[in-house]
Ligand binder design. Structure first.
Ligand SMILES: NC(=O)c1ccc[n+]([C@@H]2O[C@H](COP(=O)([O-])OP(=O)(O)OC[C@H]3O[C@@H](n4cnc5c(N)ncnc54)[C@H](OP(=O)(O)O)[C@@H]3O)[C@@H](O)[C@H]2O)c1
Length: 502
């Protein structure tokens, strides 16, 4: 096989990033922002970014790659005007199909990534042909794809929400999204199944899964496990490395999935609730934030075990670092609105930002900031911030400058610490030191202390973390990991059985 176009430099000079749901909204924003931030942070011609996107069809994959290459061309032209150079021939693209609600498609995509050459497009020239190359690893996988499962706006709830909570709270933690609930999918075909009987939870033998649960979390979860052979990471200790050391699984959650009420173990796949989306995001937070806890390890260990590796090999357990991020509030097609309501929605989001909400990036490009930031930071810098124990949210200043800040999760607080200070205006909410004395390393990246304060953008009525709640969260994490592993094993067997019968 031909040498890969990134092989002119050492492995440590290559960064392989995969983004799901990259054909629209925040996923496309992540692709664009990744190009910009990678080029800015790694400016030399021998440093390579290999950006692999997933979409639900070959046609969408082609359009996505074309759009990203056109974007690269624009950035290159702009950089040339400023006498900079992006060296676009070190940016490479590939795209493949993945339907998270169709588990055979999920396994097929993972198999393709592990074993087959991908069509790699290099640089910005949209007419240039691709060449086939296998990828050696994935440094970060960004699990962005998702659905809302909503039908529209509950106008009565909207009015109450705005009147009682004010516009900033209502546009950040809305209670007005209407949904029928009960959405199901047959994950062996990816086909929607008729609505669930709302008196019945999804049982073991139904052969269906909650659709929002499957699209937003379970499909990704299964995908991550199947990708373990590629998630072995690099030697991030080398100072020259741009590869991040341990590989990273980066989940896209939501600012509004902060509360206990969002997730019930009795309705784990959220088919008997009209808040399936919020449930899937709460589950994302719980799984990601508890992934590294000792008490949870016995339940998550099988997830991190590479099934393709020799049973006895000590290398068969691969523990990528898990992070959780959210994009703030972005006007995208996630919420179904006609053009007129979409315009009003857009305006309301900007008003919220101008009134001081830190959680309104509004555009997909800005909303992409937290996921890209986590993917590009050196491991040591993230560790200094206790990065795996924080839900990293995208924020902006009133003027629209993007920043990344800690987000609150009920039962976990801002980073799992009981008694964090959240109100003092000049004190680091984590260490208690003054910002100026190097209290919060985040300030070095985003010098807007007032916006970085945990108290800014907090849900009204939020309670500080107590030891009891923290303990409850950990127990919830354990139960959720156990159920996810049970489902993963069960559905893997069903997919294998289907394959054998074909
Ligand atoms: N917008 C916000 O304010 C906001 C806030 C918090 C969190 N988020 C999260 O950000 C992520 C992206 O949302 P967005 O606002 O950018 O929405 P979006 O524009 O609707 O994009 C969603 C993406 O997910 C893909 N997708 C949906 N179902 C899929 C499936 N079964 N398999 C594979 N891909 C699938 C879509 O593909 P198709 O084009 O083929 O449908 C699309 O590419 C989601 O996880 C969302 O929950 C968004």
């Amino acid at each position: 096989m031909l040498a890969a176009p990134w092989d002119d430099g050492a492995a440590a000079k290559q960064l392989f990033v995969l983004v799901t749901g990259a054909n629209s909204g925040i996923g496309l924003g992540i692709g664009q922002r990744m190009i910009d931030e990678f080029a800015a942070e790694h400016p030399t011609a021998s440093e390579h970014l290999i950006l692999i996107t997933t979409t639900r069809s070959a046609a969408k994959s082609k359009v996505t790659t074309d759009l990203l290459r056109e974007y690269l061309q624009l950035r290159e032209n702009a950089a040339a005007t400023n006498r900079n150079a992006i060296h676009s021939s070190r940016i490479h693209f590939a795209s493949l199909e993945l339907d998270l609600c169709n588990l055979p498609s999920v396994y097929a995509a993972a198999e393709r990534l592990r074993s087959s050459p991908l069509s790699i497009y290099t640089g910005a020239e949209t007419n240039a042909a691709s060449s086939p190359h296998k990828i050696p690893r994935l440094d970060s996988v960004i699990f962005n794809a998702g659905i809302g499962g909503w039908t529209g706006i509950g106008w009565g709830n909207l009015a109450t929400n705005v009147l009682y909570d004010g516009i900033q709270q209502a546009t950040t933690f809305p209670t007005c999204k209407a949904s029928t609930g009960g959405l199901l999918v047959d994950p062996l075909t990816g086909k929607e199944v008729k609505h669930a009987d709302d008196t019945k939870a999804v049982g073991d033998n139904d052969g269906v899964l909650g659709q929002v649960f499957c699209a937003n979390i379970f499909g990704h979860y299964v995908f991550a496990h199947a990708l373990l052979p590629l998630l072995h990471g690099t030697d991030g200790k080398k100072s020259s490395a741009i590869g991040p050391g341990p590989a990273r699984i980066i989940w896209e959650s939501s600012v509004e999935a902060e509360g206990w009420h969002n997730l019930s173990l009795d309705d784990f796949q959220a088919v008997r609730t009209i808040a399936a989306y919020e449930s899937s995001k709460r589950l994302t937070d719980v799984l990601a934030l508890t992934a590294g806890l000792k008490s949870v390890a016995p339940y998550s260990a099988s997830f991190y075990k590479d099934d393709s590796s020799d049973e006895k090999s000590s290398d068969s357990t691969i523990v990528p670092a898990t992070y959780v991020t959210h994009p703030g509030v972005v006007c995208s097609t996630l919420f179904p609105l006609n053009w007129f309501l979409f315009a009003l929605y857009n305006l309301a989001m900007y008003i919220s930002r101008w009134l001081g909400s830190p959680w309104h990036p509004v555009t997909a490009y800005k909303g992409a900031a937290a996921a890209v930031w986590v993917a590009l930071r050196p491991t040591a810098a993230l560790d200094a911030l206790d990065g795996q124990h924080v839900k990293w949210g995208t924020g902006t200043t009133r003027g629209g400058t993007t920043l990344v800040k800690r987000s609150e999760v009920e039962g976990w607080g801002f980073r799992g610490l009981v008694g964090e200070e959240t109100t003092a205006p000049t004190i680091d909410s984590v260490t208690g030191k003054a910002w100026q004395e190097g209290g919060d390393p985040l300030v070095a990246s985003f010098p807007y202390p007032a916006y970085l304060l945990n108290s800014r953008g907090r849900k009204s009525g939020a309670a500080n973390l107590t030891a009891e709640r923290r303990q409850e969260f950990e127990v919830l994490g354990r139960d959720c990991w156990r159920e996810m592993e049970r489902l993963r094993v069960e559905w893997e067997q069903r997919v294998n059985k289907l394959k054998e019968s074909q």
